[in-house]
Design a protein around this ligand. Structure first.
Ligand code: BG6
Length: 512
């Protein structure tokens, strides 16, 4: 149940009502496969630590890291510690590490999984939980896709325990096109039931993304204008100020559409566009999101603009192909802008522009909803209203609003109604997306995870385009590292989506 609270009330104990898992306090074993890798070090363990610090983990939790690396317990702890945050107290860290163990094992050797199971059973029995049916085992796969199904198979055959609740957490990439994703879903569904599978898209754990249903369905005025009668176009934009340095080899196989657009941005789109779910229950929400995806036709190449970054104008930053791990003739896009249409009553005729790029001029992820011009305006049309939900950095919601210039003047001015979280909620620390998602896993709540039919629809929308780009080796347009993207991107949004950019003299500034 959600409740309404004032700012100060929300700074109270975080455990209250948030963690069913902590309240039920079932003995819980979290296995982290790929525990010595980057994802585990940078995201999984810090998220678990955050939950531990806020008393959101069940008291009887054990975390077992599993990987091939020959690490001593101390080496492993050092790795885990390296990303726990500068302000983490030593006592907290020591107490958290007290819950953690490391088991070295290969990914394809059944005996190693037998050893792992024995360690888990030993821990469960020490916690007084051996054999108890009300136990939870979470298998977190922080692993490359190449070993994914093998490891899931070994887990299912050797570590999975019919007597307890089992949950598997998997990370993208979920295949590289419709066919491979279907194969992966088939392989997984042969091992785990859909309600045991948690497919992470970490954008679904971001504060402002989780906030969208609340904004829309708890406030009468947003929902009243949330349709084709008032909205001219919607833009969902992801910009990163750095290139693929260090992971060019990995990235070249995927490209920006598979890396960010087909998953993160499409997930955000489906929440912005969905009809009101019957309840906040996972299946009702996911039904609504899937419905939106079903109404989107596959994207056409002519509705897409692709780019690839070259060295910065001053030569200080390298181009994509300057990376030794990237083939010199690569046509992989590091920038993509697509226009798509949702063919239903609410959105018919409203273009959606989704844009993502690496090595651009700034770090930003936002949703920009541009409203139609005022009909029969009493005032000259200065610019369009826009509702902007800034997901990162500096979470904010603002509405670009025209006011009379203050003072004696009767001129119009562009201003904004501004809800900047760092101003309004100064005492609140917004947790990393992974912490909220792992908490959902512990609570058994699927609403912020991708269901297999949603995934299927997402690939259906992008696969023909991806295959065409690959077959034709469509040449991306060059853009300089640190620029706004390929020349023509603004014009593309204007022409294809009717987007009217507010005059350059107006620039929203996050309040300090
Ligand atoms: C990942 C992509 O899924 O998301 C990365 O693989 C991208 O390329 C990252 O940088 C962005 O996530 P965030 O949370 O930093 O916006």
């Amino acid at each position: 149940m959600s409740s309404v609270s004032s700012t100060s009330a929300t700074t109270g104990p975080l455990t209250c009502g948030l963690s069913r898992a902590a309240e039920e306090d079932l003995p819980t074993t979290i296995f982290v496969f790929g525990a010595s890798g980057d994802l585990a070090k940078k995201k999984t363990f810090p998220a678990l630590f955050h939950l531990f610090q806020h008393k959101l983990l069940p008291k009887r939790t054990r975390i077992i890291g599993y990987a091939r690396s020959n690490l001593s317990r101390e080496d492993f702890f050092e790795r885990v510690k390296s990303h726990l945050g500068a302000d983490a107290g030593n006592d907290d860290i020591a107490a958290f590490l007290g819950l953690c163990l490391y088991v070295r094992g290969r990914y394809d050797v059944p005996d190693d999984y037998v050893a792992l199971r024995k360690v888990a059973e030993g821990q469960e029995s020490a916690l007084g939980a051996e054999g108890a049916s009300r136990r939870v085992r979470v298998y977190y796969m922080a692993l490359p896709p190449s070993v994914f199904v093998d490891v899931a198979t070994q887990i299912r055959h050797t570590v999975y325990d019919d007597a307890c609740t089992n949950r598997i957490v998997i990370e993208k990439p979920f295949g590289h096109d419709l066919e491979s994703s279907r194969q992966l879903s088939k392989d997984i569904s042969a091992l785990f039931a859909e309600n045991e599978v948690f497919r992470i898209d970490h954008y679904l754990g971001k504060e402002m993304v989780k906030n969208i249903p609340t904004l829309r369905f708890a406030n009468v005025f947003y929902e009243a204008v949330w349709n084709r009668n008032y909205i001219a176009n919607v833009q969902i934009t992801f910009k990163e100020p750095f290139g693929t340095e260090g992971r060019g080899g990995y990235f070249d196989e995927f490209g920006i559409i598979r890396d960010v657009v087909q998953n993160h941005l499409l997930q955000v789109l489906s929440i912005v566009a969905m009809n009101q779910p019957r309840s906040l229950g996972a299946e009702d929400v996911r039904d609504r999101k899937t419905e939106v995806l079903r109404s989107i036709l596959p994207i056409q190449l002519e509705d897409t603009l692709l780019g690839q970054y070259v060295a910065s104008a001053d030569g200080s930053k390298p181009g994509y192909k300057d990376d030794d791990t990237v083939p010199k003739d690569s046509t992989t896009a590091t920038f993509a802008q697509c226009v798509l249409h949702i063919d239903n009553d609410r959105w018919c005729g409203v273009p959606w522009v989704i844009k993502a790029g690496k090595a651009l001029d700034e770090a930003k992820m936002l949703i920009r909803i541009q409203f139609r011009d005022m009909p029969n305006a009493l005032f000259p049309s200065l610019a369009r209203n826009e509702l902007v939900i800034q997901v990162s950095p500096k979470e904010s919601v603002y509405i670009k609003t025209i006011v009379k210039e203050p003072g004696l003047s009767t001129n119009l001015a562009m201003s904004e109604l501004d809800l900047s979280y760092h101003k309004r909620y100064q005492d609140i620390h917004i947790p990393d997306a992974y912490a909220t998602l792992i908490l959902d896993v512990l609570n058994g709540d699927h609403s912020n995870f991708v269901r297999s039919d949603e995934l299927d629809e997402a690939w259906r929308i992008f696969t023909p385009l991806l295959h065409q780009i690959e077959a034709e080796k469509t040449a991306p347009l060059p853009y300089a590292y640190g620029s706004r993207g390929p020349e023509g991107a603004d014009e593309f949004a204007r022409k294809r989506a009717g987007y009217k950019r507010t005059g350059l003299e107006y620039h929203w500034q996050a309040p300090v």
